[in-house]
Design a protein around this ligand. Structure first.
Ligand code: NAP
Length: 318
């Protein structure tokens, strides 16, 4: 999988609706849409009122029936409820952008991709972390300097970063893989060749359905060894780091891919911002009449759940 390159798109304005106005919709989607001349936020579908000054529909069917002019939808609900919404939107001939992870199973996203192709609409399964400033230059450097060893540390305080998000602890909500899949989306974008999961320890609180921490090992080409540790229990400053050893020295992506260090030296990297770039790419995909659905990060999560040893952990209480 390549890091997406996003040409500017200059086609006609696209009326768009957001479905699920929660943290990520408010923090990132609303400002990115407002700043993008290609898109106009025409409506929301929200159980809790939506966004101030924007027409809101209580359910998706009402919007699809009442607003045939809305050509595109951005689905920002938890993954457990996204499939039916995406399916209905695609069947109604609308272009669809999916927040990450694109679904709660691999097969449902494959089904959506096939449906979008049959309906002639664009399906964009986003991986926002791939649009962080350091990711494309890291991929380019590693193409010339093969990685020998990778260590991923993704730890954050779940109480600070996911307050009140009970869906994360329910089956399909991924637990610590909700942020961890961002690391896997970067890993699968920067490695010159695919890697496969070889072991997983999943630490699952006694009162939860999903892991609060995990330790993964993966094997890549040419003897590449990869270790990843995701932890929601960390109470200090968050760490979202990927460290790569090569024969030409170390490469490190920090702050979720926003900062890049090669041989210990900070590299000057710039990008339009993860979510502005996602919307630019969505416009470009619609113009080109194509979809972008890469399941590699979700397959690694699915494999961790297939192969993983469940290790009981202390109950989690918010
Ligand atoms: P959130 O704050 O819990 O918001 C999700 C919204 O979806 C809710 O506010 C609700 O909006 C709607 N919804 C519809 N059905 C729901 C259900 N059964 N349970 C809960 N909410 C339901 O979650 P979020 O942080 O925005 O995350 C949503 C998605 O974005 C996740 O897949 C997550 O991985 C991804 N994401 C989150 C972040 C982040 O920093 N938070 C970053 C990147 C990606 P209405 O009340 O409007 O219906």
């Amino acid at each position: 999988m390549t890091v997406p390159e996003t040409p500017a798109s200059g086609g006609p304005e696209i009326a768009l609706a957001i479905v699920g106005v929660g943290k990520i919709a408010r923090d990132q989607h609303l400002p990115s849409i407002a700043a993008d001349p290609r898109f106009r936020l025409a409506a929301t579908v929200s159980r809790s009122g939506g966004a101030e000054g924007i027409e809101n529909h209580p359910d998706l069917d009402a919007l699809l029936r009442g607003r045939p002019d809305i050509a595109a939808l951005s689905l920002c609900q938890p993954p457990q409820v996204r499939f039916e919404a995406a399916r209905a939107a695609i069947l109604a001939g609308r272009h669809v952008m999916l927040e990450k992870p694109p679904g709660q199973t691999v097969a449902e996203v494959q089904a959506l991709a096939a449906l979008a192709a049959a309906q002639g609409v664009t399906l964009f399964a986003t991986w926002h972390s791939r649009h962080a400033a350091g990711v494309a230059p890291a991929r380019d450097w590693l193409a010339a300097h093969p990685p020998r060893r990778v260590r991923i540390t993704w730890r954050e305080d779940v109480r600070e970063w996911h307050p009140g998000q009970t869906w994360i602890w329910q089956a399909g909500g991924l637990g610590v893989f909700d942020p961890g899949v961002n690391a896997l989306s970067i890993l699968t974008a920067i490695l010159p060749a695919p890697a496969r999961l070889t072991s997983a320890d999943l630490h699952v609180p006694e009162n939860c359905e999903t892991p609060i921490a995990c330790d993964l090992t993966l094997a890549g080409s040419g003897g590449l060894e990869i270790e990843a540790r995701f932890d929601f229990r960390w109470e200090g400053p968050p760490a979202w780091d990927i460290e790569v050893e090569t024969d030409a020295g170390p490469l490190r992506l920090s702050k979720g891919g926003a900062e890049l260090f090669i041989g210990g030296a900070a590299q000057a990297v710039a990008a339009p911002g993860e979510y502005p770039d996602l919307y630019r790419r969505f416009g470009a995909l619609i113009d080109a009449g194509v979809s972008d659905v890469d399941l590699a990060p979700l397959v690694l999560v699915a494999d961790a759940f297939l192969l993983g040893r469940r290790i009981p952990a202390a109950p989690f209480h918010e």
